[in-house]
Design a binder for this molecule. Sequence first.
Ligand code: TRP
Length: 330
Amino acid sequence: MSKGRIFSGMQPSGRFHLGNYLGALDNWINLQDDYECFFSIVDLHALTSTFENTSRMRENVLQMALDWLSAGLDPEKNVIFLQSHVPAHAELHLLLSMMTPLSWLERVPTYKDKLQQLGDMGKEINTYGFLGYPTLMTADIILYKADTVPVGEDQLPHLELSREIVRRFNNLYRPIFPEPQAFLSKASVLPGIDGRKMSKSYGNEIPFGASPDELRARVRLMITDPQRIRKTDKGDPDVCTVYTFHKIFNQEACAGIGARCRNAEIGCVDCKKQLAECMVAALSDIHARRQDLEKKPEYIREILVHGAERAQETASKTMAEVRDAMNLFA
Ligand code: TRP
């Protein structure tokens, strides 16, 4: 029996890394058997901050679809689609914008932070569209009457606002929509190869879909315990990035490896080799699937087009109810 309906989205903003995968996508994959899921590549949301230069948009969408599919998100079980392929997102966003008070949008804590942050990077996005980001997110979710929304903690203020907009709609017109609840994804515990947060802007990422050789090369560059200079020095696995990865990719053996590091019984080179092979084993299927799918952009396109058709069916039904509830002339 289905537990409920899920909607979630990700902005297509360049290539995925392993941290994105373990922080978000693997959660979706775990949910796909129990819920009726709608997963959308939210290109309209991406436009709120990239409208000045859209030259990479098509490529980014394709890469995101490749990442999702090669990770094992199943286009049969889930509705996988591109947000801008389903115009009802834009239409419902417009209708919701009529009843969303400016003050609600302005007080979203992430709003001013993000404006400031991007402003500091020399990027002004003091636009109508950016202010309405949470309204568009609300439209995404309720178009499918989703009750459950898997997101990271950073999205909680947006979901809070979604519930307020839903309550307002339901009170003003007719109770059509369930109030969407967040399903909190566990945060990614994966650091970058230098031990800081994994991020492309630090250049410390491990690309998602990396080949076995790329994986080995990235592991070789990982920072270990800086106090451990010679192999005969005793190491401290708790400050070692390689060990953090062992805990994720080599769970059974990691306690033993930690103990041997503490006793200077295993050297960093060996330790890295073991880790690299565990990662290759865990990720080689994904790499192979990605290699295969990269050769079939037309097939990827078909999946997105078919997904949009399925999404559109549900969306049209909802829009008919919305128009009726708001007394738009039929
Ligand atoms: N804002 C989300 C993010 O950046 C992406 C998103 C857009 C989304 N619409 C959504 C997430 C609807 C959940 C539901 O992560």
